[in-house]
Design a protein around this ligand. Structure first.
Ligand code: PMV
Length: 353
């Protein structure tokens, strides 16, 4: 029998959130090992819901079929197939099964809202369940994080809620290159309920993938300085999160966001993912903060959309400002009212002998 629990078929499903990096992962080594440590905040409403049916096929061939929002999606299917083939070396029974995977997101995909983080962490969690259900493994969240990392680097940070770190750092007990961990220190109450208003400047698919972006860091003239700066920013961000220093948090977070885009603009194939309204929103955020003294700052992912971060105690006044001013810079006035989240949830599981 191909699996030692004699399972013929089963199903699992996860709802897994996106995350937004505060210190960015940009540049990697072989085996999806990050060039520098990163630290993110897991989101709540921006998530992928994925179900994975698996069965030993009686007539057709083993393999992967993938549907996104009810429709076959060949591009992701190819990506998942390649990932499963890679994992087959370690877990040979994967190749005996046929997998029917379907997913949907609560946000537009490929816009710089990290759909790869939510979808690939959902996949890592489903795969960990499959392995636990069909064999002797007892894979933990840490293992699911490691599996997710191999599917898409930043996805490894989405398997936990709150603030999450990935990459080895002396100062951070338990940190590792191969998987992420929830930050191993007490976060100040100011940061325990941070909101993230995602201001959608453009929902168009970005024209340079993260994979290509990471590759451009090899041989980038500023890469050594960047990796050193990221380490220093990790130390500063940890200090800000521990002490409740929002000014320091803003300085580090905004510098990281602008640095990420500056690296793109200064790479061999110099490219720009900003849109004019990205700059307008950045300037307006700084003006508003300077004039009102209200703690709010921005970050960006690899795309034109702006993430506005602020403590929830200012929710009403920030929302008024978004509705009265900021939506004017958004595509079709579109923004997503999100915030820090508790991490993934299993939504389905069953097995059949
Ligand atoms: O996980 P990837 O390969 O899609 O890389 C994502 C990199 C950034 O989103 C730009 C930054 C990060 O740390 O999430």
């Amino acid at each position: 029998m191909s699996n030692n629990k004699d399972i013929k078929s089963g199903k699992t499903g996860w709802r897994s959130p996106s995350n937004i990096a505060l210190v960015k992962y940009w540049g990697k080594k072989a085996g999806q090992i990050p060039a520098n440590p990163s630290l993110s905040m897991t989101l709540s409403k921006a998530y992928t819901e994925m179900t994975m049916d698996f069965r030993i096929p009686e007539h057709d061939k083993p393999g992967v079929a993938f549907a996104f929002e009810g429709r076959r999606e060949v591009r992701f299917e190819t990506k998942i197939t390649a990932f499963f083939e890679l994992m087959t070396k370690q877990y040979p029974r994967i190749s005996d099964f046929h997998f029917q995977i379907s997913s949907h997101n609560t946000f537009p995909h490929s816009t710089g809202i990290a759909s790869s983080a939510s979808s690939m962490s959902a996949l890592g969690l489903c795969l960990a369940d499959f392995l636990n259900m069909t064999g002797d493994e007892t894979l933990t969240l840490k293992d699911a994080s490691g599996l997710s990392r191999l599917a898409s680097g930043s996805a490894c940070r989405s398997v936990y809620g709150g603030y999450v770190a990935w990459g080895k750092m002396e100062q951070m007990k338990g940190s590792a290159e191969e998987y992420a961990i929830p930050v191993p220190f007490r976060v100040h109450p100011l940061f325990s309920d941070i909101k993230d208003a995602i201001l959608v400047v453009s929902s168009r698919e970005k024209n340079v993938s993260s994979r290509a972006g990471h590759a451009m860091m090899d041989g980038h003239p500023y890469s050594a300085a960047r990796y050193e700066m990221a380490r220093q920013n990790m130390v500063l961000l940890i200090k800000a999160l521990e002490t409740g220093d929002f000014a320091l948090f803003s300085t580090v977070t905004e510098s990281e966001a602008l640095n990420l885009h500056a690296l793109m603009m200064s790479s061999g194939h110099a490219y720009i993912l900003f849109e004019p309204n990205t700059i307008n929103l950045i300037k307006e955020t700084r003006r508003f903060r300077n004039e009102t003294g209200i703690p709010v700052c921005f970050t960006l992912d690899a795309g034109p959309n702006v993430h506005l971060l602020y403590p929830s105690e200012n929710d009403n006044v920030i929302k008024d400002w978004i509705k009265n001013v900021l939506v004017g810079f958004c595509e079709n006035q579109h923004w997503i009212d999100d915030g820090i989240g508790k991490g993934p949830e299993r939504v389905f599981t069953s097995i059949e002998h």
